[in-house]
Design a protein around this ligand. Structure first.
Ligand code: NAP
Length: 275
């Protein structure tokens, strides 16, 4: 009698051909996940898969996809919806557009928004919805600390990462009651190819601000294991984030009212024109 092979949960990683995504693939294989690895560069994906497969023995499927192409994105979200073996998604693929907004190349901004905002949003919503329907699953959204620092980095990039943080927090609130974990990871500057791809020499960044990718991913997974919804791997004191979140929520009762604040009130009669 044939005994069926034991099935392992599948982790799907977008942007797995290099950097943070490749490192997640390695760590998740060591944690006993089979893998689906997605990126555009199939040769590099295959190299990652051979290395990870040799070290861990897990099953690895490769998906060549450009997530800025609508058909590829739809194929991916359908797979996440229909394949019940997928129980963890690392929503990681992203590019950066550094430099000032004034005079920015709008085609590059569009390409970045298509990947970092549109594709990331589709993957996040499709994953959380599928996991909620199945009653379990984990979504990890790779954001950035610049979501909190619009003054310090290209505002279109940081705005996209702020969007992903908002989306994560909203999805977590909706999906957690259905057994779904949603974690937003906010890396600071990390030693990956993203800088070179964006035309920034990594040597120009202060070394004390740059984290190695293995340290980043190990810390983010430790945060996941500790049940964090938002993980900032380099932040020494988690109470700082809690105070920030509480200060934001303390604004809530005053953010929508039926009258303008006193400082905006126009003197009544003086404002009326004479008949
Ligand atoms: P990376 O090494 O350049 O990796 C980016 C990954 O995304 C690659 O696997 C790339 O593979 C894939 N990708 C790019 N365009 C794609 C597309 N159109 N469709 C599908 N996949 C695509 O950079 P990284 O630093 O690891 O970046 C990963 C994530 O971390 C990004 O979301 C980034 O914003 C975020 N992050 C990075 C840092 C940092 O300092 N490194 C800091 C904060 C946040 P292919 O080229 O083969 O498609």
């Amino acid at each position: 009698m044939n005994t069926p092979a034991p099935t392992r949960p599948i982790a799907l990683v977008t942007g797995a051909s290099s950097g943070i995504g490749a490192c997640y693939a390695d760590r998740l294989a060591r944690r006993g996940h089979d893998l689906i690895l997605l990126a555009r560069d199939e040769t590099r994906l295959r190299q990652q898969a051979e290395r990870i497969g040799a070290d861990s023995g897990v099953a690895i499927e490769l998906l060549r996809a450009d997530l800025t192409e609508r058909r590829d994105l739809e194929r991916l979200t359908a797979r996440i919806r229909d394949d019940a073996a997928i129980d963890l998604v690392v929503n990681n693929a992203g590019i950066a557009t550094p430099g000032p907004l004034l005079g920015a190349d709008l085609a590059r901004v569009d390409a970045m928004l298509a990947l970092n905002v549109v594709a990331a949003t589709h993957v996040a919503i499709a994953s959380a919805s599928a996991f909620a329907a199945r009653g379990h699953g984990t979504l990890i959204n790779i954001g950035s600390v610049v979501a909190l620092l619009p003054e310090r980095f290209n505002g279109a990039y940081s705005g996209g990462k702020a969007h992903l943080l908002n989306l994560s927090q909203a999805l977590e609130q909706e999906a957690a009651p259905h057994g779904v974990r949603v974690q937003a990871v906010l890396p600071g500057a990390t030693r990956t190819e993203i800088w070179q791809r964006a035309g920034v020499a990594i040597a120009s960044l202060p070394a004390q601000m740059l984290m190695d990718v293995g340290d980043l991913v190990d810390a983010a997974l430790a945060g996941l294991d500790q049940g964090e919804r938002v993980t900032i791997p380099s932040l020494p004191d988690p109470a700082q984030w809690e105070r920030y979140a509480q200060a934001r929520l303390a604004l809530a009762p005053d953010l929508s009212r039926d009258t303008p604040a006193a400082r905006y009130r126009v003197a009544p009669a003086a404002a009326e024109p004479q008949a």
